[in-house]
Design a protein around this ligand. Structure first.
Ligand code: DGL
Length: 376
């Protein structure tokens, strides 16, 4: 072999080795890159699969409120911000759940009507029946939040968590409480422990049963209280459930939203010194099928109001005594029971109204209605 030929062979070999090496580097890199992408997509898919699917139904309220001033927490516009903005404001929710949202309404909750309540409840029921939804969060104005929450608690036929949430400071305020409340609500709705607890209300790091919670303060962020009956639990990074609700709810009630398309008119009459019967007469004339009397103390009814209540019962309406005191049980009163004037147990007037509307979709028998007030 000539020296020249040997040089060619060595060069050729070097080239081949080099080509082989670079070729395998390329494919190694490609494989690595592909592997990386695959791992990423597998991770994403698994991550998503592992997270619960939570649907947020937005209805408005302060949590979606906006104000010109960052320092003012009154006189803002409730229901000014849409569901997408609410979700974008709390991107951390996406680490704990697959979030999707829809706008059911965008109102101050003082404007919540039976029609919107039915629409919201029917939508929630439909979503809960789907395998693609693991839990629901409803954003809501705080003023009548407890009424919507209690209604959902009575008509939804599912064990999946339903959490109603609001805030006391508009989204534009310094120290807005909406984002933390919303994050916590999603956390509760996404948790396995929240199954079968009935509709819950989450604000201010507390988890309350819709049945027991009530708004107690006009402006303070810790307005929602469930002091007499206790909270279901609290949130301190983790979720801590302490109690279960003993009153019947969701799957154990006689009410199914899929069968309810209209609610009867039920009005609330406030008891006070020197009250009369004329508000009862007016309510009946305006079409009331039920009246809640927010009596003083243990549901006391003045002699004049009693005349109105008895007349209303004679016209076929259901009359239930509740209390304006804010807590405690309204106990049965034999004299008033004789007149078929019922007692609300521990339901405050606004929640007694919700239950009476539902009761009247089923029966006008006072005994049966009274049994609902004991059980729910
Ligand atoms: N108007 C009120 C409502 O939507 C705002 C109060 C609130 O959301 O806190 O209920």
């Amino acid at each position: 072999m000539t020296k020249k030929r040997m040089l060619f062979i060595v060069l050729g070999l070097l080239l081949l080795i080099n080509a082989g090496c670079s070729g395998s580097n390329e494919s190694r890199n490609e494989t690595k890159a592909r592997a990386k992408t695959e791992t990423a997509s597998v991770k994403t898919a698994q991550g998503n699969d592992r997270l619960p699917n939570i649907r947020i139904l937005a209805t408005g309220g302060t949590i979606a409120g906006a104000n010109q001033s960052k320092t003012s927490t009154t006189n803002y516009k409730a229901g000014a911000v849409g569901i997408d903005t609410l979700i974008e404001a709390v991107p951390e929710m996406k680490d704990i759940a697959n979030i999707s949202g829809e706008q059911v309404a965008n109102i101050g909750s003082q404007n919540m009507t039976n029609k919107t309540l039915l629409k919201l409840s029917k939508r929630a029921a439909k979503l809960l029946a789907s395998d693609d939804v693991d839990g629901i969060v409803v954003t809501h104005g705080t003023d009548t939040l407890e009424e919507t929450a209690y209604f959902l608690n009575l008509v939804l036929k599912s064990d999946k968590p339903v959490v109603v949430v609001g805030s006391m400071r508009p989204s534009t305020a310094i120290g807005a409480d909406g984002p933390a409340n919303l994050y916590n609500a999603v956390k509760v709705a996404a948790s396995k422990e929240a199954y079968g607890k009935g509709t819950m209300v989450v604000l201010n790091d507390r988890i309350a049963a819709a049945r027991y919670v009530t708004k107690t303060h006009t402006t303070a962020p810790d307005t929602f209280k469930s002091e007499e009956m206790g909270y279901l639990g609290n949130i301190a990074d983790g979720i801590y459930f302490h109690n279960d609700i003993t009153k019947k709810h969701t799957k154990d009630t006689d009410f199914n939203i899929s069968k309810i398309n209209q609610l009867p008119q039920v009005d609330i009459i406030y008891g006070y010194q020197n009250d009369g019967r004329y508000l009862f007469d007016a309510a009946i004339k305006a079409g009331a099928k039920g009246i809640i009397y927010a009596g003083s103390g243990n549901g006391s009814v003045s002699d004049e109001a009693k005349k109105g209540a008895v007349a209303a019962v004679k016209k076929g309406a259901a009359v239930v005594r509740s209390t304006r005191t804010g807590s405690g049980v309204v106990t049965p009163n034999p004299d008033l029971e004789k007149e078929n004037i019922l007692a609300s147990n521990s339901l405050n007037p606004q929640k007694a109204r919700i239950l009476l509307m539902l009761a009247l979709t089923k029966t006008d028998d006072p005994k049966k209605i009274q049994s609902y007030f004991e059980e729910y």
